[in-house]
Design a binder for this molecule. Structure first.
Ligand code: GLN
Length: 315
């Protein structure tokens, strides 16, 4: 079965699966329509297929983390970023109150403490342009201009008490500068960037295509930093489900509490799913099922000795 037919098959198979519960992390997120469901694929050479509520925009949430990490790597180089944030999975909730590694760094850039420190690094030095630099960079990956959902942003800023606690602790340990409140504000903006599944699949396809956006031809990330981002996604992208994810699905991926998931098949394509009902670890229930099944159907696990099905069987 080709991928276009396959996403329609999976959409029909899971569309009536209403298990799980929408995130109640803050009021604006809890208010989304729980039944929305869409799947998109963008291939490394730019073909795109979607099914379901593909026009529905939602806040990117934690799926933003690999892209802000990529921007910090681009602006400051990996040695500088590695001094500030590690690369070990934590096995803990993404928003757990900070735990530092033996080098006194947050464990990795995919948990909130590490992601907020990473976002705090963003800035080319030009005054007051951090938000524009960040949104512009995400837009390069998506191949269109993205916006911020102001309601989501305001709701998280008012209610994200755990993230406020995390930045105060990071500041206490001198892991953030005196601008830590502005840095958290930038992080809240970053999580509120609006995307649909086509945008996410295009962002993922840029990672799958050696860092070059397949639609616009723009180079977004160099090969060395791309390898860093994909490595972190493989080991830390799915919260404290990351080990099981590698075991069962075996591709770099990222999940967010709004109900999105992207998975990247380097050289081939990226797949995104949106379905807001989450399991107890904060991953989209239908998203996990769809991704597991896709990995099995096409043999996508990167450690499978047979390798993925040939491109002509998939595309
Ligand atoms: N904005 C959310 C937070 O910082 C993102 C969490 C997520 O998607 N896992 O808590």
């Amino acid at each position: 079965m080709k991928i276009e037919e396959c996403i329609h098959y999976l959409y029909e198979k899971y569309k009536n699966d209403l298990s799980g519960r929408v995130s109640h992390s803050f009021p604006a997120l809890a208010a989304v329509d729980p039944d929305l469901f869409s799947l998109s694929v963008v291939t490394a050479d730019g073909k795109s297929f979607s099914v379901g509520d593909k026009e529905s925009l939602f806040s990117i949430q934690s799926i933003s983390k690999p892209f802000s990490y990529a921007l910090a790597l681009k602006q400051h180089g990996s040695e500088f970023v590695e001094e500030k944030v590690g690369m070990e999975p934590t096995g803990e909730d993404y928003d757990s109150i900070i735990k530092l590694d033996d080098l006194n760094r947050p464990f990795n850039p995919m948990v909130n403490s590490g992601a907020i420190v990473t976002t705090g690094l963003i800035g080319s030095g030009v005054k007051n342009t951090k938000k524009d630099e960040l949104v512009g960079y995400f837009s390069d990956f998506a191949g269109r201009e993205l916006d911020i959902d102001q309601e989501i942003y305001a709701s998280e800023r008012e209610n994200g008490h755990k993230n406020w606690a995390i930045v105060h602790l990071l500041r206490h340990f001198n892991l953030m500068t005196k601008d830590f409140k502005d840095d958290l504000d930038l992080y809240f903006n970053q999580c509120s960037i609006l995307v649909n599944t086509e945008d996410l699949a295009m962002m993922g396809a840029t990672l799958a295509n050696g860092g070059v956006n397949p639609k616009t031809g723009k180079s977004c990330i160099d090969p060395k930093n791309l390898r860093h981002v994909l490595s972190i996604l493989l080991t830390c992208g799915m919260y404290n489900y990351s080990g099981e994810w590698v075991f069962d699905v075996g591709v770099p991926a990222k999940s967010g509490i709004s109900g999105g998931i992207i998975m990247i098949i380097p050289g081939l394509m990226a797949i995104s799913v949106y379905s807001p009902r989450l399991d107890k670890r904060g991953n989209s229930v239908r998203g996990i099922k769809v991704c597991e099944e896709l990995s099995n159907i096409y043999n996508l696990h990167i450690l499978d000795s047979a390798g993925p099905n040939s491109t002509k069987d998939i595309l």
